[in-house]
Design a protein. Structure first.
Length: 153
């Protein structure tokens, strides 16, 4: 099996798992978690009313995108398993699965970036610094393979 195909299948499987798991925690729904995050960020950054509206818009866009991706990619696992049940891997179908995922991400990226930029640009310099500090502090938090991730030296 070609290396690109292997990594593509791993990526498709990982995306499906992240989508499936992303709502799991002590929150009853992704909407509950999103509201908790909006409340936490609003409090931590002491947001103004305008900034809170922009943060809520970002949260709504993220939830909407998550829901769309979950619907679109719901059968990806079954498609991948069907490919793996065959004696030889149909690389064209595997690439089609990966391309459908990347197309959705490509289509949604401008909207997500615009929503984040609208919120981030509304922050004052001190608030932006707090966001950068938080991101720097937590950049490796979700990595189970250390600071450089899976492809470390």
């Amino acid at each position: 099996m070609k290396r690109l195909t292997k990594f593509s299948l791993i990526g498709a499987g990982a995306l499906a798992m992240v989508t499936a798991i992303s709502g799991c925690s002590h929150f009853k729904s992704p909407e509950d978690r999103a509201q908790w995050m909006v409340d936490k960020v609003s409090s931590k950054l002491e947001l103004t009313e305008v900034q809170q509206v922009k943060l809520k818009a970002l949260s709504d866009e993220m939830l909407s995108t998550r829901k769309e991706m979950k619907l679109k990619f719901g059968d990806s696992r079954e498609q991948v398993m069907a490919l793996l049940d065959q004696p030889t891997l149909d690389q064209d179908k595997a690439i089609d699965i990966v391309k459908s995922h990347t197309k959705m991400v490509d289509d949604k990226a401008p909207v997500m970036v615009a929503a984040f930029a609208d919120f981030y640009d509304s922050l004052d310099a001190e608030q932006q610094a707090e966001v950068r500090e938080f991101m720097q502090k937590h950049k490796d938090r979700h990595s189970h393979h250390g600071p450089r991730g899976f492809f470390r030296d």
